[in-house]
Design a protein around this ligand. Structure first.
Ligand SMILES: NC(=O)c1ccc[n+]([C@@H]2O[C@H](COP(=O)([O-])OP(=O)(O)OC[C@H]3O[C@@H](n4cnc5c(N)ncnc54)[C@H](O)[C@@H]3O)[C@@H](O)[C@H]2O)c1
Length: 332
């Protein structure tokens, strides 16, 4: 089967492509990526000469480029997005262009090409924020609160509408916070690890009391593969890590692994409208597709720390670029 993956040079997309090529000898991948600041060809250096892999440099909003990318393709997995909440607060325009308009152009092209399965990667953030209690179900209303999550909610609804209006066989994945190798060092966990390696303090929003549900990227890739293979058209699936933690707990875990003290933490003013808690009910994906997260946080975070310690050639140039931008991007 030939699959078009959009955003395959990003964090989750590159992990997904590697996962699929390793797991399925019959799978061919076309990766369409615009190579924005978040896209990095180094992410797939090890497989770029693989015969079953092809890269098309282009934007999802470009219907002509999509024509080329979709040749012979049976399925689409759509990761491409502007993905960083803090950037969306500074400027929402690129988020609307890529996440909303780009998704619509891609949906049209997929329809035209008779795509057999379209898996859209949405997010847990479309549901909005939770208090201390409760879990979001797939049927809960959308209450996005940042420009990022609003653009993702719009895309998610558009994807649903292409199923009900045109019968495009779509599935929607709504994963929680991913972590693991190849995550851009503006996000909480890689920022923290790389700062500590560089002997710098770790910025933490507010008092670090926001709660996120952490999902190791490999577990997410396995869930998306199952949704692609067996997800019911028209359905959405939550992908939760079953691993809720206050940000400060995550920070402490990393400090412990890296043998550093809490003096390395620097509390900084909170992000405007910072969602307090996200958490997902996984019942549907567990019962329909038999998926559960397999990697404990202890194992996943240890592997992640090790990866950043062994791959400073990968993240150092990215951090230098971020420092030149000198904006305070540091959490999801
Ligand atoms: N990272 C997470 O924790 C998380 C959690 C839930 C959902 N998601 C969703 O998963 C997807 C992937 O997230 P990520 O963290 O890997 O993102 P990322 O920012 O690391 O990567 C995004 C990729 O998309 C590409 N891209 C951006 N605009 C494009 C455009 N117009 N056309 C083509 N390519 C474009 C970038 O070059 C980059 O390679 C996103 O849709 C995001 O909303 C992420």
């Amino acid at each position: 089967m030939k699959i078009l993956v959009t955003g395959g040079y990003g964090f989750i997309g590159s992990n997904f492509i590697r996962y699929m090529l390793n797991k399925h000898p019959d799978v061919e991948i076309v990766n369409l990526d615009a190579l924005t600041y978040a896209g990095n060809i180094e992410n797939l250096k090890d497989i770029e000469n693989e015969a079953r892999y092809r890269f098309v440099h282009g934007r999802v909003e470009d219907a002509e480029r999509l024509e080329e990318a979709l040749e012979g393709v049976e399925a689409v997995v759509h990761f491409a997005a502007e993905s960083h909440v803090d950037r969306s607060i500074l400027d929402a325009a690129p988020f609307i262009k890529t996440n909303v308009m780009g998704t619509q152009v891609l949906l049209n092209s997929a329809l035209k090409h008779g795509i057999k399965k379209f898996v859209h990667i949405s997010t847990d953030e479309v549901y909005g924020a939770l208090g201390e209690e409760g879990l979001f179900k797939e049927t809960d209303p959308f209450r996005p609160r940042s420009p990022y999550s609003a653009s993702k909610a719009a895309a998610d609804l558009l994807v649903q509408s292409y199923f009900t209006t045109y019968g495009l066989p779509v599935c929607i994945a709504r994963p929680s916070n991913n972590y693991g190798p190849y995550q851009f060092p503006e996000k909480l966990i890689p920022l923290m690890i790389t700062n500590l390696i560089e002997g710098k303090k770790v910025p933490v929003y507010g008092q670090g009391l926001n709660v996120r549900d952490w999902l190791f990227v490999e577990d997410n890739c396995r869930a998306i593969d199952l949704i692609l293979e067996r997800g019911k058209p028209g359905e959405a699936y939550n992908i939760g890590g079953k691993c809720e933690k206050h940000n400060i707990e995550v920070v402490r875990e990393v400090l412990k692994i890296m043998g550093q003290s809490e003096e390395m933490v620097e509390f900084v003013p909170d992000r405007p409208g910072h969602d307090f808690r996200y958490a997902l009910d996984n019942t549907k994906i567990e019962s329909e597709l038999g998926w559960n997260p397999a990697t404990s946080f202890e194992e996943g975070i240890r592997r992640t720390v090790e990866w950043y310690m062994n791959n400073s050639h990968w993240w150092k140039p990215l951090k230098e670029r971020l420092q030149k931008e000198s904006k305070g991007f540091w959490s999801k």
